[in-house]
Design a binder for this molecule. Structure first.
Ligand code: PLP
Length: 356
């Protein structure tokens, strides 16, 4: 079966195999990673190796702290303002979909939010060009979501701003090379391209640490997590371990350059097929379509149920669109092989021939 789930998403088969082999006896300890103290040298080494591999993969310099946290990307919606606002009462946000909207709603608890640009009027089908952004002079930072997982919209540019740039990269991180140095802070829930749910990655420029006010809870303070190597409290050690295996696997594949080429091919052939058919459609502006999440609709939505049932029977799992938008969505993260996309296109083509 091929798993097209948007998250928790497919994990690479070799990673799962290795985790199974090591499940009961991690590195000759006679114990599972799950049973070991996070203060144990073996686990500390495992954690440090995962961080080193991640830094290698993304080219993260020592100017950044890398944090392995909990609470999902959703917790970052509040941790970002709590840690970056300082004395400023305002932040700029760009609204390009449901995840941006959630980040904005949460930030409004803490500050005035200037929505610098939005594509809501066009059903979030494009990313507003930077020339249209109305940034404020007194914002503490600028936040955007480079890849909207639900709408399937991906920015085709990295914004140039003179404030700290913050990005929710939950569904695009590690899918291709990117210049992390252009960002002040990047966060991502793990359950797409990183590992299992329960782990959240934050990369934050060190000069931005220490801005949280005295009422910010310790667990929500980046500085405290950075000072404690993300072990201020008990971290999700097993998820951290699996993420480390995913990073090793990515390096074995040839790193993000190779992943970017494969992912580019996967997305291009699926969009080409959709565009070449009147039976299927995708509403997102070409050039800004997500390489990770491909939403599509059938011209006749009365066929949705049959499509999903038959796809499932053919081993093509989790193709249902997000409950808020309906239709279909194929998430084609790193662990989804090119053969899965070929199988999906084959199925879609056959379904069209039978039902059109
Ligand atoms: N941001 C984006 C872009 C997402 O895709 C998701 C989840 O799918 C979230 C935030 C929320 O993540 P979490 O469930 O880890 O809080």
């Amino acid at each position: 079966a091929y798993n097209f789930c948007a998250g928790p998403a497919a994990l690479p088969e070799p990673v799962l195999q290795r985790a199974r082999e090591e499940m009961l006896d991690y590195q000759g300890t006679g114990m599972s990673v799950m049973e070991m103290s996070h203060r144990d040298d073996v686990i500390v080494h495992m954690a440090e190796k995962a961080e080193r591999d991640l830094r290698d993969l993304l080219g993260i310099s020592d100017d950044y702290a890398v944090l392995f946290l909990q609470g999902g990307a959703s917790a970052q919606f509040s941790m970002v303002p709590l840690n970056l606002l300082g004395d400023a009462g305002k932040a700029d946000y760009v609204n390009t979909g449901q995840w941006s909207t959630k980040a904005i709603q949460e930030a409004r608890r803490f500050c005035e939010v200037n929505v610098a640009a939005s594509s809501e009027d066009a059903n979030f089908s494009y990313a507003p060009a930077q020339s249209e952004w109305r940034l404020s002079d007194d914002a503490a930072y600028v936040h955007y979501c480079p890849n909207e997982t639900i709408g399937g919209l991906e920015f085709d540019f990295i914004p140039e701003v003179d404030k700290p740039l913050v990005a929710d990269m939950s569904s695009t991180i590690l899918s291709r090379p990117m210049d992390v140095n252009r960002f002040a802070l990047i966060y991502a829930g793990a359950q797409k391209n990183i590992g299992p749910a329960g782990l959240t990655l934050v990369m934050v420029r060190k000069d931005l640490l220490g801005r949280a006010g005295p009422t910010v809870p310790a667990m929500l303070n980046y500085q405290i997590h950075a000072d404690n190597g993300s072990m201020y409290n008990t971290p999700p050690t097993f998820a951290w371990y699996l993420a480390g295996l995913v990073f090793e696997w990515l390096k074995e594949q040839g790193g993000l350059q190779t992943m970017g080429e494969i992912n580019g091919r996967k997305a291009a052939k699926l969009y080409d097929f959709i565009d070449g058919s009147d039976f299927y459609g995708n509403p997102v502006r070409p050039g800004q379509r997500s390489r990770m999440n491909v939403p599509f609709v059938l011209a006749d939505s009365a066929l949705d149920k049959a499509f999903l049932a038959e796809a499932d029977a053919a081993g093509l799992r989790n193709l249902k669109g997000h409950r808020s938008v309906g239709g279909m969505r194929a998430s084609i993260y790193n662990a989804v092989p090119e053969a899965a996309v070929d199988a999906l296109i084959g199925f879609m083509s056959d379904f069209e021939k039978r039902k059109a």
